[in-house]
Write a new protein. Structure first.
Length: 151
């Protein structure tokens, strides 16, 4: 993250999911490889949807497809750090949701990395966007909707 944009703090996020780093997450440079951060983002959102929207990976008729991702890194994370992924929803569309995420190392207040995921929710059978988010998904994402976290 540039110095113009300081890392956000835990209080800017609404939902949290803990993940323990693994030895295999470290790369040849001695820190967690960048691709692992995207896996953490995906995992946190998946758990959120299972807990709050009753997503069933095997049988839900509506599923989210990732259409856009981004991550900015401020400080390294390395095994055996504990991390917490903070999640909030920045935008809710007709069939899409923009999740914003922060990676927090151990008990640190400022994010080590921040990013976003955009899901387009589709009918599992047709793979086409839904006309609107089902009520259970809408209630879940509205519960962590925070379009302007600094307000």
């Amino acid at each position: 993250m540039s110095q113009k944009t300081p890392p956000e703090t835990r209080d800017h996020f609404v939902y949290f999911h803990d993940i323990t780093t693994r030895w295999m997450d470290n790369d040849a440079y001695g820190h967690v490889n960048n691709v692992v951060y995207y896996s953490w983002f995906d995992t946190a959102i998946g758990f959120f949807l299972m807990e709050r929207a009753e997503l069933s990976i095997e049988s839900s008729t509506v599923v989210g497809l990732v259409v856009e991702t981004q991550c900015r890194y401020a400080r390294s994370v390395a095994f055996p750090d504990r991390i917490t992924v903070g999640v909030r929803v920045a935008k809710i569309g007709r069939s899409s949701v923009r999740y914003e995420l922060g990676i927090f190392r151990n008990d640190e207040i400022e994010a080590c990395a921040q990013g976003h995921f955009v899901h387009v929710y589709v009918d599992r059978a047709s793979n086409r966007p839904v006309a609107q988010l089902p009520d259970n998904y809408l209630r879940a994402v509205e519960s962590i909707h925070r379009p302007n976290p600094t307000a």
